[in-house]
Design a protein around this ligand. Structure first.
Ligand SMILES: N[C@@H](CCC(=O)N[C@@H](CS)C(=O)NCC(=O)O)C(=O)O
Length: 210
C-alpha cells in the first residue's frame, strides 16, 4: 500500500505521550481511520514541523489541509464531542493543575527549587476529587482525556499509588489499562520516515500485541 493510494487524515503521534494517548483513544473508540506516523521527539519530522511549528504531538492533518495541533481538539473532532461545563472543568484541572504537579513530582531536577513530594501531595488533592467524581460516573470521552495522565502519575511510584485509600481510582485505572481499546492504542510502531508505507490506525485487534 503506498501513500499515493490513500487520502487519510495523518496522525503524528508518540506512543508514551499522554496527550497523544488521549487522541489515539478517541480514534480507537470511533474507529476513525487515519495514517499513523510515530514521532521521536528529538528527531521530529520536517513535514510535522512545517504544518505545526510548535512541535508538540499529537498533530492531526485532515485531507482538506486543516491542522489540529491540540490533543483535546483532536478528541473533539474525532468524537464530535462538545464538552459540558463539568467536563471542561475536569480537563482544565487535569491539563493545568494536575499536569503541573505531575511534572514536578516526576522530574524535580528539571525545575529550580522543587520538592517532588510537595507536588505529589498537591497532585493527590486533585486525585482525591477525581476519586469522588468517579463514584458518580464520567463520560467515555472524559475518561479517555484523563486516565493517561493518572497512568503516568501511578507509574512513577507504583507502591505509593497502590497504598492510597481511594475508593475508585485503582479499579478505574486498572480497567482502562486492561481494556482492549487501550491495547490497540498502545501498539508499538517504529519511527516514521518519509517514503515509508502507510500504517493505518487503529490497528486490527489481531495485530495489536503490545
Ligand atoms: N497542549 C498540547 C500538549 C502536547 C505536548 O506537550 N506533548 C508533548 C509530548 S507528551 C510534546 O510534544 N512535547 C515536546 C515539546 O514540548 O517540545 C496538547 O494537548 O496536544
Amino acid at each position: 500500500m503506498t501513500m499515493a493510494s490513500l487520502n487519510l487524515p495523518i496522525l503524528y503521534s508518540f506512543r508514551r505521550c499522554p496527550y497523544a494517548m488521549r487522541a489515539r483513544m478517541s480514534i480507537v473508540r470511533s474507529n476513525y481511520l487515519c495514517e499513523h506516523r510515530e514521532v521521536i521527539l528529538r528527531d521530529r519530522p520536517g513535514h510535522m514541523m512545517e504544518i505545526s511549528p510548535k512541535g508538540t504531538v499529537p498533530v492531526l492533518l485532515l485531507p482538506d489541509g486543516t491542522v489540529i495541533e491540540e490533543s483535546l481538539e483532536i478528541m473533539q473532532h474525532v468524537l464530535a464531542w462538545e464538552l459540558d461545563a463539568m467536563e471542561a472543568s475536569w480537563v482544565d484541572r487535569n491539563d493545568n493543575e494536575f499536569k503541573f504537579h505531575l511534572d514536578r513530582y516526576k522530574y524535580p531536577n528539571r525545575y529550580d527549587d522543587v520538592d517532588s513530594l510537595a507536588h505529589r501531595a498537591l497532585a493527590k488533592s486533585y486525585l482525591d476529587d477525581l476519586d469522588d467524581i468517579l463514584g458518580s460516573g464520567i463520560s467515555t470521552a472524559l475518561n479517555d482525556a484523563l486516565f493517561p495522565f493518572v497512568r503516568q502519575f501511578a507509574n512513577h511510584d507504583r507502591q505509593w499509588f497502590d497504598e492510597q485509600s481511594w475508593t475508585n481510582i485503582h479499579d478505574w485505572l486498572a480497567q482502562n489499562l486492561d481494556s482492549s481499546e487501550f491495547l490497540l492504542c498502545m501498539k508499538k510502531y517504529p519511527q516514521w520516515h518519509v517514503g515509508d508505507d502507510v500504517v493505518q490506525f487503529p490497528p486490527t485487534e489481531q495485530s495489536a500485541s503490545v
